[in-house]
Design a protein around this ligand. Structure first.
Ligand code: GLA
Length: 572
């Protein structure tokens, strides 16, 4: 294997042996301002589980869909109305088709037949929204094992019928499907195998119906889905849950009405959702539906929760009853500058760039506008400690910004807090977070490709089963991840894909959407190796493909997510 990318590889395709030249001569490409490639952004919407448990029916869904419009949530960007568990009771007809209760899912318009799920989909679409549905990868759904309200219903899963069920969901017109893991877990199935099979069934359903079905994997982080879920089964967008539920359903007027959401559990889900190396090119870690507006959190905690989901670029799925939102909750859920942080076009996740004793943390998310960072100052000091309020400082070096001056903006009220030299300090209450936009000067990138080995050439064309490996030096002070901008061309209509492996860590699959004849740019993050390896520039990154053709890569530039102090101080 070459460390610099120029090699001749011999491939076996069928019985033919083909020699493929990896480096394609051409002229050097300008590095300055390649157009960022549009990627799918984190989904935004509402899900029925947290506030309705398995009592969901057509009336509940229609009311929530209407409220999405009347509250202005739709205008703010929320579009999916997702039906979670409880919509069917595990019954099928003699052909294996799912049968639903016609009373729960009646006709909603003239000419419709009761018991047809496409009725509610038409209703949702009629409001300009998108519709989501739910099943389990195993034979049983979660309701069989731990029924929340009412009896448990066996056989609420899709195992053995993936092709039939996902085709049915697409034919009904659903736009989104969440696939749970209770049955799969009970049967000890391999999630990577089952979800890949499901992704292929989705791909097939999409091909047959021409209808797009967004894929949401819900196996609570088991077997580390961030290592196998991106681009699973060739799907070009998906999200995967990284942890268990923040809260069990709190259904008003039910035996579960007394349950409370907890800030601590929400924080723990945030932590478990951080896998920056796997979040890129339209694939997202999913720390669970938000509990904002549900009983248990104060207005300040709701804002901190929103700030955490926004900075991690998480899917924004609301779990609260939208017909009961307070003004404060609505304002928290619909603040356009905060939503813009979550929905920023670049797509990568935040990284923790500073941590001080006592639970004081600084998180940074690179934004599309060069020199812009979303920054979160989080005070998670233990309540047992007497200090309730603490100053937290972010330095421009923590953020990988050059120059001494940067402007700081409070996205919650849209006001500029001023221009500051070298750093900014805010006082943060225990259990609270301060969200900022820091607008500074981007550092100069290190161009790691084209490298010396391919000087005078542009474009690195990988063909089937090829791999290129190169070295990079990330930082000398142990920062959590470096950012990479990959400039490429993909003339196909469909995205191309490459496996990305860094320092022998688990691979992830990155997508290169079509760029036509122009250049496009995507962003990824990669964790550097030990500080020693960094110093000697000994990080290894490889791009490969075992199937298909990857794009022509024009350049790869490395941007530090932090700058070491003069003494090479380790941070965090
Ligand atoms: C699991 C999931 C939840 C919800 C329930 C339904 O617990 O993690 O999000 O879908 O199942 O039973």
């Amino acid at each position: 294997m070459s460390n610099h990318g120029c090699k001749i590889t011999v491939l076996a395709i069928g019985v033919a042996i083909v020699a493929t030249l990896l480096c394609v001569p051409g002229k050097l490409t300008a590095q300055s301002a390649p157009k960022a490639t549009a990627i799918p952004l984190p989904p935004m919407g509402w899900s029925s589980w947290n506030s309705f448990s398995n009592t969901v029916d057509s009336q509940v869904i229609a009311d929530q869909a209407k409220a999405t419009i009347s509250t202005g949530m739709h205008k703010a960007g929320y579009k999916y109305i997702n039906i979670d568990e409880g919509w069917w009771l595990g019954k099928r007809d003699e052909h294996g088709n799912i049968v639903v209760d016609p009373k729960a899912w009646p006709a909603l318009a003239p000419g419709e037949r009761a018991g047809d799920m496409s009725n509610i989909v038409r209703y949702i679409h009629g409001l300009g929204l998108k519709a989501g549905i739910y099943t389990d990868a195993g034979r049983d759904g979660c309701g069989t094992m731990s029924p929340d309200i009412g009896p448990g219903y066996p056989n609420e899963g899709s195992e053995g019928r993936y092709e039939q069920d996902f085709l049915q969901f697409a034919k009904w017109g659903f736009d989104y499907v969440k696939v749970d893991w209770c049955g799969g877990n009970k049967e000890n199935l391999d999630p990577a195998v089952q979800y890949a099979e499901i992704a292929r069934a989705i791909g097939r359903a999409e091909a047959i119906t021409g209808h797009r079905l967004y894929f949401s994997i819900c196996n609570w982080g088991k077997e580390s889905p961030w290592t196998w879920a991106p681009n699973i089964g060739g799907l070009t967008a998906d999200i995967w849950r990284t942890s268990g539920d923040i809260v069990d359903p709190i259904v008003a007027g039910s035996k579960n009405a007394g349950r409370r959401a907890s800030f601590k559990k929400m924080l723990s889900n945030f932590d478990q959702g951080i896998h920056p190396e796997a979040q890129h090119t339209g694939f997202y870690n999913d720390p669970d539906m938000m509990v904002i507006g549900m009983p248990g959190l104060t207005d300040a905690e709701n804002r901190a929760h929103m700030s955490l989901w926004a900075i991690s670029g998480a899917p924004l799925l609301v779990g609260a009853d939208l017909t009961q939102l307070s003004d404060a909750t609505l304002a928290t859920l619909t603040n356009s500058a905060v939503l813009a942080i979550d929905q920023d076009a670049l797509g990568p996740q935040s990284v923790k760039v500073r941590e001080e004793a006592g639970g004081l943390e600084v998180w940074s998310k690179r934004l599309a506008r060069p020199g812009d960072r979303a920054v979160l100052l989080l005070n998670r000091a233990d309540a047992a400690l007497s200090i309730a309020v603490s100053p937290i400082t972010v330095t421009w070096k923590d953020l990988g910004l050059a120059g001494s001056s940067a402007t700081v903006i409070d996205p919650w009220n849209g006001k500029s807090l001023g221009t500051f030299n070298a750093s900014y300090t805010a006082t943060v209450q225990r259990g609270d977070a301060v969200l900022l936009i820091v607008r500074g000067t981007e550092t100069k990138a290190a161009h790691i490709l084209p490298s010396q080995a391919i000087k005078g050439t542009a474009g690195l064309s990988l063909a089937t089963a090829n791999e290129v490996t190169f070295r990079f030096k990330a930082s000398t002070c142990g920062l959590p991840a470096a950012s990479f901008q990959i400039v490429y061309k993909n003339p196909d209509q469909a995205p191309r894909m490459a496996e990305l492996r860094v320092n022998g860590q688990d691979a992830t699959r990155i997508l290169f959407p079509s760029t036509g004849t122009a250049e496009g740019a995507i962003w990824i993050q990669a964790a550097p190796n030990s500080a020693e390896a960094n110093e000697s520039g000994n990080n290894l990154m490889s791009l490969s493909t075992s199937t298909g053709v990857v794009p022509q890569i024009e350049s790869i530039s490395l941007y530090q997510n932090g700058i070491c102090d003069a003494g090479g101080q380790k941070n965090p």
